[in-house]
Design a protein around this ligand. Sequence first.
Ligand SMILES: Cc1cc2nc3c(=O)[nH]c(=O)nc-3n(C[C@H](O)[C@H](O)[C@H](O)COP(=O)(O)OP(=O)(O)OC[C@H]3O[C@@H](n4cnc5c(N)ncnc54)[C@H](O)[C@@H]3O)c2cc1C
Length: 510
Amino acid sequence: MDYTSRSSVIIVGAGVSGENRHRNNSLLSLLLRIAAAKVLAENGVKDLMILEASDRIGGRIRKENFGGLSVELGAGWIAGVGGRESNPVWELASKLGLRTCFSDYSNARFNIYDRSGEIFPSGIAADSYKKAVDSAIQNLRNQELGEPPSSPSIPKTPIELAIDFILHDFEMAEVEPISTFVDLGEREFLVADERGYEYLLYKMAEDFLHTWEGKILDSRLQLNKVVRELHHSNSGVTVVTEDGCIYEADYLILSVSIGVLQSDLIAFNPPLPRWKSEAIEKLDLIVYTKIFLKFPYKFWPSGPEKEFFIYAHDRRGYYTFWQNMENAYPDSNILVVTLTNEESKRVEAQSDTETLKEAMEVLRDMFGPDIPNAIDILVPRWWNNRLQRGSYSNYPIVSNNLQLLQNIKAPVDRIFFTGEHTSERFNGYVHGAYLAGIDTSKSLLEEMNREIKERKSESQSLMLEPFRACTAASLTNLSQTDKVSSSPHKCDIPTQKYLSGKVGFPEAIL
Ligand SMILES: Cc1cc2nc3c(=O)[nH]c(=O)nc-3n(C[C@H](O)[C@H](O)[C@H](O)COP(=O)(O)OP(=O)(O)OC[C@H]3O[C@@H](n4cnc5c(N)ncnc54)[C@H](O)[C@@H]3O)c2cc1C
């Protein structure tokens, strides 16, 4: 094993998106680590080390070229805009001129196709929708009280199943009320910018990492470093990576996803305490997959009110939710279908050719047999990616959620946990990850300051010890002046070295 380095703080996880570091246009896109690292750097902690397992940064913010466009495989929307509180990600996007398009999901319910290609009349769709919302609210209440769902609410027909899927897997997948929409606003904007969502992160990172022409040229960011072991105690943390490197630090911020924490990718030594591992296990993991299909020409209706459409099948979640990219990118001829959870896992396990065949059958149900075959398909695999193991966290509907959240967030020894899953109000979202990163780095700075103060007062009392001993022995023979002037020479304690030697705290936070 190679000994590599010692830092004040190691940050594990640095989703860098874009392309390989050695190719052009490598843009970084880690929001959370960037947020955490930025706050630390601004507070004088310069000897940071960011260890990222993949060959790119950005994590779940990730663009890829598809069909001549830049498409977002992970986070695509800035959700929660226009409310009483401002969304920091929206602020940043506005400041930097990121191109976005307003998405009006509410129209989707008026574009529900049955298997013979007929659109359900709006009255029927509206009735089914209202019935489903009422029963979803009732079910949420029942779950909170620990009661089973009431039987009339169980969806049976294809349209009921489709609406149930939209409500539960999209709009109401979280515990109501959803802070993102209540506090930040109900509007959502699709990022439709060739520079990608990651552009925001790159601009943030520029403030404290050395970059050149879109590439990060800073040795504090280490790519391809899969952390496999974390040895921790109350005096420091040692990290062992898959390639056999060892890194030591006074503190560590762990920002891997809840899916990674639930897997055995990282071994903790000693193992995490029970309250921590039980909390990690309790969180639900949502798998959310956007499948992109490129066609030679457009055959679907377009216009702002036609952006989203729904396929009602007797199997719940079977290629249900569709979006055409025409509003964002006119003439792109790209459709996106979203699958979740079991359907996502099923599709991840099969070949893309098989998935394409299924998707085409569904589209032919809706738009007739004469539509052209897709010429390209892109199927992201978030579930099978060992660095993600899912798309985002979901807190179960239980009464003691606050305790669960506190346990998820709480540090263990000198390991601080962060990531979207640690966000109190906005878990599952980019702005949640961003705010969690800031929050965690602030808690870490507080802890560092507390320790410094403790060490300072320890060293001051050490300085006074010999003085007290000598004054006690000869107090009666010395004048006041003698006492004061003799103490510094006798008490030769290297205060500064003691303070900065092991812990290595920067002057700025002393
Ligand atoms: C398909 C999809 C759609 C989404 N849509 C939206 C949306 O529209 N709007 C929205 O706001 N949010 C959306 N999200 C959620 C949003 O992307 C996440 O909440 C947010 O990006 C999470 O950021 P994070 O920093 O917590 O984690 P991540 O971005 O996952 O970063 C964790 C990093 O840790 C690294 N890592 C993992 N294991 C190790 C290890 N052992 N050693 C070293 N590094 C490791 C990973 O490679 C990764 O870079 C979506 C997510 C997905 C997947």
